[in-house]
Design a protein around this ligand. Structure first.
Ligand SMILES: Cc1cc2nc3c(=O)[nH]c(=O)nc-3n(C[C@H](O)[C@H](O)[C@H](O)COP(=O)(O)O)c2cc1C
Length: 217
């Protein structure tokens, strides 16, 4: 269970023997399930809260490597787009701070790398290589990719495909696009205002697909 949705609280109770009970109630506008476990020795209450709403959220991870800030700017725009999807829970993380737990948590994983010799940067590849430890658990999750390059037609698409290829090996679902930028988002340098809007739209589309596949839209 997600630790953020577990809580312990002491509340006065009448002494009683061992009893386990659970019910649903409304707390702070959310429907929660409460469980009360009371042991005869310690007579303490444990209330575990499992929010129904949290379980219904579509979880999006946007993870990126960026040395100069260009790829980070794309990542921020894509995350902002994903946040526009109702009920989305979006994590935006640098790749080095991204854990295997983050990958397992996400319904959709959107990864970004600068174009490095027509390929993903080593830090991004490193995350994929570490992910062998959870191989099999990303099957059916949604994937998306973005890159910032130094020039036009100088390796951006092969960089996107390098990330998409690894996602496919994980059994992930990657949607192409029938309009421009078929393989994912590729921007030369940092996105300008118009390109940021485009990145936002694409981030939103990935999140919408994840919500649809997870049956939450
Ligand atoms: C090691 C290295 C390799 C690169 N290789 C390419 C390349 O093959 N094609 C290209 O267009 N740009 C290449 N670039 C330029 C970067 O992709 C570009 O500057 C990008 O915007 C950097 O993103 P960042 O600001 O997020 O680090 C390379 C840069 C570095 C440092």
């Amino acid at each position: 269970m997600n630790p953020s949705i577990m809580g312990c609280a002491a509340m006065p109770v009448r002494p009683m023997g061992r009893a386990d009970s659970s019910s649903t109630t409304m707390i702070g506008g959310m429907q929660v399930r409460t469980s009360v476990l009371i042991g005869p020795a310690e007579r303490r209450n444990v209330i575990s809260l499992l929010t129904v709403r949290e379980r219904q959220m579509v979880k999006i991870l946007v993870s990126y490597y960026s040395k100069g800030g260009n790829t980070r700017a794309i990542a921020r725009a894509m995350a902002a787009g994903a946040r526009e999807v109702k009920g989305s829970n979006v994590k935006l993380k640098p790749i080095r701070a991204t854990t295997l737990r983050d990958l397992k948590w996400a319904d959709a994983i959107i990864l970004g790398s600068p174009t490095y010799y027509g390929d993903m940067a080593a830090d991004v590849k490193n995350l994929f290589d570490r992910s062998v430890a959870i191989h099999g658990s990303l099957q059916g999750r949604v994937g998306g990719a973005f890159t910032s390059s130094g020039g036009v037609a100088s390796g951006a698409e092969t960089t996107l495909l390098s990330m998409i290829q690894a996602m496919l090996v994980h059994g992930m679902i990657v949607s192409g696009h029938s309009e421009g930028q078929h393989y994912g988002v590729a921007i030369v340098g940092a996105p300008n205002a118009r390109q940021s809007k485009f990145c936002k739209r694409r981030g939103k589309q990935v999140a919408e697909l994840a919500a649809k596949l997870a049956g939450r839209s």
